[in-house]
Design a protein around this ligand. Structure first.
Ligand SMILES: Nc1nc2c(c(=O)[nH]1)N[C@H]1C(S)=C(S)[C@@H](COP(=O)(O)O)O[C@H]1N2
Ligand SMILES: [Mo]
Length: 232
């Protein structure tokens, strides 16, 4: 059924779920596209590497919309995976033992991409580590083997190819992937926290003209990577 609820401020409905991101990442891909291994480090008593994050945790399904900061949204994606909150409470807290002051999580991906979110935001019940999309295993295009899904946050917080999380008390040692102004520390869609230094609506006009060419570039580089011709 088509969802008629209004989109968040400044967003339009796209008919394609684009492969998308910061331009330098168009040609970067995960080194190990089948591993669900996750490293947990930072201000923890015991840094750990989980060989398979899905192990022993209940799988959940969820349908949610996806909102890229450049103003396109894609509605009704059916994700399957585990809740970040379940992983944190059942595995990370007892085994890695983060210090009590931890408030920030730096999320790192196999393609070198990096962003952050407050731990509190990651503990929301709609935040998943997903391995399946629309009834099949997630493809390389959309973040296999492991993808963070945080529907209340702009696309750039929804890290594809997630491989490591670092827990910290503050963001002192953090450097984002793109320009600093582009990485709002929270990036909540409902509050239009697109970037820092100007009101959210301002960035609609800055980013929207870049959508077509960026989507085309990401489509072309994926086709090259997979060794298939793309004349679209
Ligand atoms: N590892 C990684 N994750 C990433 C990115 C990226 O370049 N690398 N781009 C982000 C941005 S800006 C967006 S809009 C979404 C796009 O997700 P999609 O390619 O599945 O549509 O991924 C986000 N997560
Ligand atoms: Mo994005």
């Amino acid at each position: 059924m088509h969802d008629e609820s209004p989109l968040p401020p400044g967003q339009y409905e796209a008919k394609t779920f684009h492969r998308f991101g910061l331009t330098p990442f168009a040609t970067r891909f995960p080194r190990n596209p089948s591993s669900r291994s996750l490293q947990v480090s930072g201000e923890v008593e015991h840094p750990i590497t989980l060989p398979d994050v899905l192990e022993d945790l209940p799988t959940v399904g969820q349908t949610s919309d996806f909102h890229c900061v450049t103003t396109w949204s894609y509605r009704g994606l059916r994700w399957e995976g585990i809740r970040f909150a379940d992983l944190f409470r059942s595995v990370i807290q007892p085994r890695a033992r983060p210090i009590a002051e931890v408030q920030w999580v730096i999320l790192q991906a196999q393609d070198g991409y990096r962003t952050c979110l407050p731990l509190e935001d990651l503990l929301a019940p709609d935040v998943l580590l997903a391995t399946r999309l629309d009834g099949t295993a997630i493809t390389l295009e959309h973040g296999a083997p492991l993808r963070l899904v945080a529907p209340a946050h702009y696309g750039y917080k929804n890290v594809k190819y997630l491989c490591r999380i670092d827990l910290h008390e503050d963001l002192r040692h953090y450097r984002p992937s793109g320009y600093r102004f582009m990485d709002h520390p929270r990036a909540r869609v409902a509050l239009e926290e697109r970037a820092v230094g100007a009101p959210g609506w301002f960035f609609r006009y800055l980013y929207r003209p870049l959508v077509r060419s960026t989507a085309a570039r990401f489509r072309r580089t994926l086709a090259e990577h997979l060794g298939t011709a793309d004349r679209g």
